[in-house]
Design a protein around this ligand. Structure first.
Ligand code: MN
Ligand code: MN
Length: 466
């Protein structure tokens, strides 16, 4: 090998030049990343809603020795507990050597994803077709949700209070659903609409049937037939839709992307792609110094409001219980705590370069992204992590040889967004966003790199062990 020039050596010493992760890790680690993602892809396939993600993680936690949290109990280093909030959020805790008075380590990711929710009175018939009215959940480009296979997930509470699980359209042989779109031949007027209005909110109607109930005379027999099928299968009547939570999501299995299988395509990477690594870090951490608290939360995509989102008090209340058991105040625990808000960032897309500023954008395959701040315009609506905490996080990742990069959420004034970080910061906890860069974020089919998923796991594990 030719000797390096003086300039090359100096550049290596002084300049920051993020590179492809493959340049920084060996074959063995690449294999470890690919292996790690097999488990992730299975989780993603089986967790299309926050409820399903909680059920999956409850079982995984129990398999890893976690037991339900009991606030009357005193816990010791190495004890592992879980706490479930209303079936839609879960907190996994591994107790550390130090008292919680000295603070805990929190990794917070969200398990809700953009989708179409059924309206409270969704079923109707129009020209002998049965359809569901929907109300979209989270930030979507509405036109992306037409003419793709969809499945229905959720729960229905019957009149007597019985809860019935619903999942149709995922298993081999099951029917699926679809939002129809106009044929191009007749779309001359539609194509004059702006992209934002290409498909309007009230046009996101899901086709669910087209055959009438027997040959009887009467109106709305197609709808009646659907009601009969629903009654036969779930024991539900039309009124029960009001006490239901039914979510329409893409029915496309998770798969490898690319000849080299380096990426993963699927629905709901945002933010299950950070939730899974966070949970795996909780399962793998052994006798940590600080108590490790993994929060998989709901409602991030709609702004974290609601009692299963992180703008509610369920997480601090859980920590107050830990504080009480340790004989200290809840605010002492919070004040001394550190958090990684594990959420995705936008990956640079060479097809759409203008919305990014290349020197400060995240790229797939350059490792876990540290996002110092999100927000919009002049850093509005964000928790801008301070230099002191950035210094800590950076050293943790470097010491553990985690491949990381920095990324802003787009160029200045190109748009913006937020995460749970500001709600954690509100509690007087040090916090910064870290996570996986995503292509086609919030689309029905998003793409991530396997190496980045693995580096996010390594980052959170290193944080728990620091
Ligand atoms: Mn997210
Ligand atoms: Mn999102």
């Amino acid at each position: 090998m030719a000797e390096k020039s003086k300039a090359e050596l100096l550049r290596e010493e002084l300049a920051y030049a993020p590179t492809h992760a493959m340049k920084q890790i060996d074959e063995k680690e690449v294999q470890a990343a690919d292996d790690f993602c097999v488990g992730y892809m299975q989780f993603l396939n089986e967790s299309r809603t926050e409820r399903e993600a909680v059920a999956y993680m409850q079982k995984a936690a129990e398999d890893n020795g976690f037991v339900p949290f009991d606030r009357a109990k005193k816990y010791a280093c190495g004890d592992k507990v879980y706490f479930i909030n209303r079936s839609k959020a879960i907190i996994l805790t591994v107790f550390g050597k130090k008292s919680v008075r000295e603070g805990v380590r929190i990794a917070a990711a969200h398990i809700d994803s953009p989708r179409l929710d059924l309206k409270p009175n969704p079923l109707y018939e129009d020209e002998q077709m049965a359809l569901f009215k929907t109300h979209y959940y989270g930030g979507i480009k509405k036109y992306q949700w037409t003419a793709i296979p969809l499945s229905l997930h959720g729960v229905v509470y019957l009149k007597d209070g019985t809860c019935v699980n619903v999942c149709v359209g995922e298993k081999e042989g099951e029917p699926k659903f679809v939002v129809t779109d106009l044929l191009p031949h007749l779309a001359r007027e539609q194509e004059k609409r702006t992209l934002e209005d290409g498909i309007k909110g009230e046009e996101l109607n899901v086709l669910v049937g087209s055959r009438p109930f027997c040959a009887d005379e009467g109106s709305e027999l197609v709808k009646l037939n659907i009601l009969k099928l629903l009654f036969d299968k779930y024991g539900m009547t039309e009124k029960d839709f009001l006490s239901a939570e039914l979510e329409v999501v893409p029915a496309m299995p998770v798969c490898d992307i690319g000849f080299d299988r380096s990426m993963i395509g699927g629905y709901g990477h945002d933010d299950r792609v950070c939730a899974y690594p966070s949970a795996m870090a909780a399962f793998d951490v052994k006798d940590p110094e600080y108590t490790c608290v993994t929060v998989l939360t709901d409602k991030e995509e709609t702004g974290s409001d609601g009692n299963t989102g992180l703008n509610s008090s369920y997480m601090p209340y859980f920590l107050y219980d830990l504080a009480a058991a340790a004989g200290c105040e809840g605010y002492e625990v919070l004040r001394n705590s550190k958090c990684l808000s594990a959420d995705v960032n936008a990956a640079f897309d060479p097809t759409f370069p203008s919305v990014q500023e290349k020197r400060n954008a995240a790229f797939i395959n350059r490792g876990v992204v540290i996002t110092k701040y999100t927000g919009a315009r002049g850093k509005s609506g964000t928790s801008d992590a301070n230099a002191d905490y950035m210094s800590f996080v950076r050293r943790v990742l470097d010491d553990a040889k985690v491949v990381w990069q920095t990324g802003e959420l787009g160029a200045v004034d190109a748009g913006g967004g937020g995460t749970v970080a500001k709600y954690v910061a509100k509690l007087d906890v040090d916090v910064v966003d870290v996570g996986v860069p995503v292509l086609s974020m919030h689309a029905p089919f998003e793409v991530v790199s396997k190496l980045d998923v693995y580096m996010t796991y390594r980052a959170i594990k290193a944080f728990y062990e620091a």
